[in-house]
Structures are given as C-alpha cells and as structure tokens.
Design a protein around this ligand. Structure first.
Ligand code: AMP
Length: 217
C-alpha cells in the first residue's frame, strides 16, 4: 500500500515528482492547490471562499481545506493508495489526517520530504509557468515549452500563477517555514520520513531514485 504525503517548500518540485511517481505506483496524485484552483475556475462556493487566501499566499482555513480533502480521500480511486501533495501544511492538519485515515483503518506508509535550497526555490517559482487546462508546468529558462507561450501537451496558453509573483512567493515561503516546517520533525519521529533530492538534474532521475527508496521500505 502506498499512502504517501509529499512535503516540501513551494517550488521544491513536489508536484513534478508526484506526477511521475503516480504513474509508477498507480495511485492518484491529489494536490490540494490544484483542487482549490479548479474550484476557483468553476466558481464554486468553495472556490469563492478560498480565492482571497490563495492570492495573498496565505493558508486557506483548516476546516475548509480538511472538508475538501475528506471528500477527495473518500473516493473510490484512493482505496489502493494516494499521493497527497500540499496537505498537510500544519500540525493541526497532520493530526486531522491521522484521524481521518484511522477512521478508514488506514495509515500513512511514508512521507517524502522534497528538499531544495531557498535560492533554487526563488529562481524556480519566479520563472514558473503553468497550463491552466492540463496543469503541466514549465519554466521560462529551465524548461520552456517547444512553442513559446503554448502548452506542449494540450496547446493551451500557459500562464503565471497569480501567487507566483515575487511578493506573494516570499510570503508563501514564510508560511512554509512557520507552519509546515515543523511537520518534518513530526513525521521523522514517527519513522515515516524519506528524503528526496530535487535540486539539480532531471526530475525523472530523482523520481526513479525515490521510487527505489520507497520500494525498499
Ligand atoms: P500549492 O499549489 O500547493 O502551492 O497551493 C497553492 C495555495 O493553495 C497555497 O498557497 C494555499 O493558499 C492553498 N492551499 C493548498 N493546500 C493547502 C492546505 N493544505 N492548507 C491550506 N491552504 C492550502
């Protein structure tokens, strides 16, 4: 069983590694950030509630995020495992997740810490571009699409996320240090932490190395 959490600062590349690993492990990749953005795009009441927090780089209140996560984890495709990307983001969400899984007679099997130096995070986030249709990610310098401004996969016009502006990025990194960083110790003490490198080189290679580490557990 692979009940996984991917932990790491914004820009560490959790989403990229998770997208590769989900194919190898045959489990869904659940990004709470993507779920929120999808709701915002569709103008649901959940999206309306979350929008202002996200644009300012703040955490959406726990009750809202937790209810959304519960709904998603109860779906059929999670019975054989899942990769959570972006949840939990503080100790109280971590406790909620433990309880939610216990209710389903499940538990986390590993927590992957994607560790990247802060300078790399800033360079990555300021140049990051995303496809609003299929969620593929690009970088203006390091990973540009073949045709400028257009998604390689689906042809849609790629955009900069509003919360990838420099001021918001700095705030998101502060939120990470203050709220999410303590989770490393929390999961280390439970013997669940697995470290993944994703600072330089190809994400595919890092994903392969991580896959091997997970298989050995
Ligand atoms: P991400 O795509 O993971 O960087 O998430 C984008 C934004 O969505 C974050 O900056 C938060 O505003 C919000 N968000 C995502 N996951 C959570 C969470 N677990 N708790 C609270 N807010 C979240």
């Amino acid at each position: 069983m692979n009940n996984l959490v991917f932990l790491g600062a914004p820009g560490a590349g959790k989403g990229t590694l998770a997208a590769i690993l989900k194919e190898k492990l045959h489990v869904p990749h659940i990004s709470t950030g993507d779920l929120f953005r999808d709701n915002i795009k569709k103008h649901t009441s959940l999206g309306d509630e979350a929008e202002a927090y996200i644009h300012e780089g703040k955490l959406v209140p726990d009750e809202v995020t937790e209810a959304m996560l519960r709904d998603r984890l109860e779906r059929q495709d999670c019975t054989e495992g899942f990769i959570l990307d972006g949840f939990p983001r503080n100790l109280s969400q971590a406790a909620y997740l433990d309880q939610l899984l216990a209710e389903q007679s499940k538990a986390l099997t590993a927590v992957v810490l994607v560790d990247v130096p802060e300078k790399v995070l800033l360079d990555r986030l300021t140049g990051r571009r995303v496809c609003p249709e299929c969620q593929a990610t690009y970088h203006v310098l390091f990973a540009p699409p073949a045709k400028e401004g257009l998604c390689d996969r689906c042809g849609a016009r790629i955009i900069q996320r509003e919360d990838d502006q420099e001021k918001t990025i700095r705030h998101r990194l502060e939120v990470y240090r203050e709220n999410t960083f303590p989770l490393i110790r929390y999961y280390e003490e439970k013997g669940l932490l697995v470290k993944a490198d994703n600072s330089e080189g190809e994400a595919d290679d890092h994903a392969e190395e991580l896959f091997r580490k997970l298989m050995k557990r």
